[in-house]
Design a protein around this ligand. Sequence first.
Ligand SMILES: Cc1ncc(C[n+]2csc(CCOP(=O)(O)OP(=O)(O)O)c2C)c(N)n1
Ligand SMILES: [Mg+2]
Length: 282
Amino acid sequence: MDIRELKIKAAQIRMDLLTIIHRAKTGHTGGSLSNTDILTALYYEIMKIDPAQPKLENRDRFVASKGHSVESIWCILADKGFFPKDELETYSQFGTRLIGHPNNKVPGIEMNTGALGHGLPISVGMALAAKRDGKPYRVFCLMGDGEQAEGSNWEAAMAGAHYKLDNLIGIVDRNGLQISGTTEEVMGLEPLQDKWAAFGWNVVQIDGNDMEALVSTFREAPAISGKPTLILANTVKGKGVSFAENVPAWHHHVPNDEQLALAHAELSALVEQLRNEGMVHE
Ligand SMILES: Cc1ncc(C[n+]2csc(CCOP(=O)(O)OP(=O)(O)O)c2C)c(N)n1
Ligand SMILES: [Mg+2]
């Protein structure tokens, strides 16, 4: 897919995730919207995965350590064909596999997550296994910025550098907010880039809602052989929905009927604009 097509896809995924959250009346809206571009780049352009063979030995691995923002993942896995799209209607309903956090009963999910701070340690193990077994796959681990307060991440960071895991790519969704306010108010993280660098990682800071920057950074990783990569992805929590952007309450606020219609109108307008740009260029 080219960059414009990826941007259209991201807008469509945003519409889908708002729809399932609105229907179920529960979800982590802000964090799902902030990481949609990261996931779209990974799932539609970067990762070597096959929805028909979700357990393929040499598949790239994706671990959603910030497991609460699962709605973007469910919508992408359905759209890619890991499971039927109409199953999305069961999201968060009694008896569903599509629960409020990643669940490895669902094809395409590598690991149950939700308790923050566990994704990176397991990703280190997956990347180390690939090295020891001589396998070519990469491991991508998406963390939240609030999640950086979990000490287990820093033990894993040390191990990732120690074992020279250049097949490991950590991504921090740096939206500046966690559940109850800004990360700097709740648990100061800065200077975050310097901390990761001091732990021996190659750190790249980008705009995490810029599709072009995401695709080229993911393609180039590892830029330095023998070092794991940390992508500090500066994002906007609630991205793409004007009234949700940067508003802490949208962490798990659910859109009402009117807000859903408004959000869909904004995102549809973006899709139309991107389609028109395509026609001008063709
Ligand atoms: C170990 C643990 N403690 C607390 C929580 C509750 N919790 C869910 S989301 C969240 C905030 C996470 O903020 P951040 O990592 O910045 O995620 P994002 O902003 O991307 O939604 C918290 C504290 C949890 N899931 N796991
Ligand atoms: Mg955050």
